[in-house]
Design a protein around this ligand. Structure first.
Ligand code: C5P
Length: 212
């Protein structure tokens, strides 16, 4: 059976960086499920279709090929915002969750990050992490990334956007962002990626030992 590490958390919490490091360390596949919602949002935007057209969005989600998710094309702030609007629709979630669950079966294992991995996509994952950080710390990280990309948005704009996105992701009816009951919390506000990586590695090594 494939070994799944489920990582959830809000935007700019550091979960993506941690997920990639862990996948590298263990030779596991990695899926950033945020990209799947982003890809559906981009397809709607490109086709000039409204972001709340559930039938169209679900049809796009059903056809999505997970092996063609291009982070460089999907990483913009605007696509992230659009993705969180698309992600409230159950028709979209049903299709994407089915594809994500198929990915989770890949051997020898997978690190999957998102908002509902430990709660909905892989509730039986042997390791579940919930990575978080204060809104101020997350906004500063996102602001630095956006400035490097040439953005002129102020830190305050970024903080407000992040809080709006948190509220949408945590407040939606279907699969809201929240820690699974058995998730380990990692607060990266004052922890660097190396410390978060070591903490996660300890938890994973214990579960691998238990299974062998
Ligand atoms: O993580 P990322 O910022 O790329 O995610 C974009 C949006 O996709 C999130 O704000 C969230 O609304 C949605 N999403 C989700 N469930 C996931 C992953 C992402 O609803 N598992």
């Amino acid at each position: 059976m494939a070994f799944v590490v489920a990582i959830d958390g809000p935007a700019a919490s550091g979960k993506g960086t941690l997920a990639r490091r862990l996948a590298d360390e263990y030779g596991f596949h990695h899926l950033d499920t945020g990209l799947t919602y982003r890809a559906v949002a981009k397809a709607l935007l490109d086709a000039h279709m409204p972001l709340d057209d559930e039938a169209q969005a679900a049809a796009i989600a059903e056809e999505l090929d997970l092996s063609h998710l291009d982070r460089a094309v999907l990483s913009s702030h605007a696509i992230g915002e659009a993705a969180s609007k698309v992600a409230v629709m159950s028709g979209v979630r049903v299709a994407l969750v089915a594809a994500q669950r198929r990915f989770a079966q890949r051997l020898p294992g997978a690190v999957i990050d998102g908002r509902d991995i430990g709660t909905i996509v892989c509730p039986d994952a042997p390791v579940k992490l919930y990575v978080t950080a204060s809104p101020q710390v997350r906004a500063k990280r996102r602001y630095a990334e956006m400035q490097a990309g040439g953005s002129t948005d102020s830190l305050d704009d970024v903080l407000q956007d992040l809080q709006k996105r948190d509220a949408r992701d945590m407040g939606r009816k279907d699969s809201p962002l929240k820690p699974a009951e058995d998730a380990h919390l990692l607060d990266t506000s004052e922890m660097d990626i190396e410390a978060a990586f070591r903490a996660a590695k300890t938890l994973i090594d214990i579960q691998i030992a238990v299974r062998n």
